[in-house]
Write a protein that binds this ligand. Structure first.
Ligand code: PLP
Length: 374
């Protein structure tokens, strides 16, 4: 089996797994307890927070562990909306993940105003569209760092600057970006950033949110005093440690991984070009490494996915959450892709475990499927 759906989830690294192991059956304490046995867990949690903070140039007290990217996104949107008593406006983009879009819709139903910025053909939000939309009522701007379907990377620093020029908070969903492209929260000037461990070789069920010190946000979970009283619930020590280890490893080898992924991308695309296949590669030039969103006119993405599956290759059609859905995704609609191409879209997302041989096989198989369809 060749796994080429790394934007959906990634394999846990063996080093990550090893780092987590002691916290299941040896140091299994509840990190909030005051006795000696709990100290090890507490210390490990503190270290995990420091490691993550170092990777994104934050302070450890600005890192809040959550259960996933969806939770972090929901917290950012709802936490700010509620802190402002549902008054004012949130600005986001039409190509956000549903974790942001549906959270915004929920707030809209409660009376908050939400404005959705369009994107260009490459899936990029223009700075001028934010400048035109933002006003004194705007409480939050939320724009994703990188898109999950087509990989396009936004100009986060410039967008955050525009938000701040109006005294507005800026959140970015960095779930697809963190661990894959360099991110420095101080340089970018973001107030909040969402992340999810399973997109960078940590397990599913752990994420975090960076919240800049002093940000006025309502807790997402009410209960105990964990996570500086902002996110109640017994800490998932083992998974937090795994996520910190995974992020540290990915940040160290980021450049090397990127080079590897770009080489693999070229192998696949060269095979399509050599065979004179008609396709569109979606997304901006600045995109997450390993993301290859391809549209083939006159094909059905779903059918391509199944034919690749029969040959032992796992890819997806649109976003992972949309793969049961044969309609054109909101992202492909937003970039204005012609329907004939949009319906025939697949997303190959390569990861650090993919090999040159696998890229060869993916390229050859895809060429065969496209050439021999009739
Ligand atoms: N945001 C983006 C951009 C994503 O790609 C995803 C997952 O695909 C999420 C949020 C949700 O993350 P999680 O699966 O950890 O809930």
């Amino acid at each position: 089996m060749i796994y080429a759906d790394n934007a959906a989830t990634t394999k846990v690294d063996i080093d990550v797994f090893e780092a987590m192991k002691p916290y299941f059956m040896v140091s299994y304490c509840n990190a909030s307890e005051p006795y000696k046995f709990a100290r090890e867990g507490k210390k490990a949690l503190k270290k995990a927070r420091e490691t993550i903070a170092n990777c994104i140039n934050a302070e450890p007290e600005e890192i809040y562990f959550t259960s996933c990217g969806t939770e972090s996104d929901n917290w950012a949107i709802k936490g700010i909306a509620l802190a402002n008593k549902l008054q004012g406006k949130i600005i986001t983009s039409v190509i956000e993940h549903h974790a942001v879009l549906h959270a915004c819709k929920a707030m809209e139903q409660l009376g908050l105003q939400v404005e959705y910025l369009p994107v260009d053909k490459k899936g990029v939000v223009s700075l001028s569209s934010l400048r035109n939309a933002i006003d004194d009522k705007t409480k939050l701007v939320s724009i994703m760092t990188a898109n999950n379907e087509i990989g396009s990377i936004q100009e986060i620093k410039q967008l955050a600057d525009i938000a701040h020029s109006k005294g507005t908070l800026f959140h970015t969903d960095a779930v697809q970006a963190i661990g894959h492209i360099p991110l420095d929260v101080k340089y970018l000037g973001v107030d909040m950033l969402s992340a999810s461990g399973h997109k960078f070789n940590a397990p599913k069920g752990i994420g975090f949110m960076y919240i800049k010190k002093g940000t006025n946000i309502i807790p997402f979970m009410h209960g105990g005093a964990q996570e500086y009283k902002l996110r109640a619930g017994t800490e998932n020590v083992a998974f937090a440690i795994g996520m910190a280890k995974a992020l540290e490893l990915n940040c160290h080898r980021m450049h090397q991984t990127e080079q590897h992924l770009l080489n693999l991308e070229s192998i696949i695309l060269n095979k399509l070009d050599t065979a004179n296949i008609d396709y569109i590669r979606n997304g901006a030039v600045k995109r997450t490494p390993g993301n290859i969103s391809l549209s083939f006119k006159g094909f059905e993405g779903e059918a391509l996915l199944h034919r690749l599956d029969l040959k032992g290759i796992c890819v997806s059609t649109g976003s992972a959450c949309d793969s049961q859905n044969t309609q054109i995704s909101h992202v492909l609609k937003a970039i204005g892709l012609e329907e004939g191409y949009a319906l025939g879209t697949i997303r190959i997302s390569l990861g650090r475990y993919n090999t040159f041989d696998e890229a060869d096989y993916i390229g050859d198989t895809l060429v065969n499927i496209i050439k021999n369809r009739k």
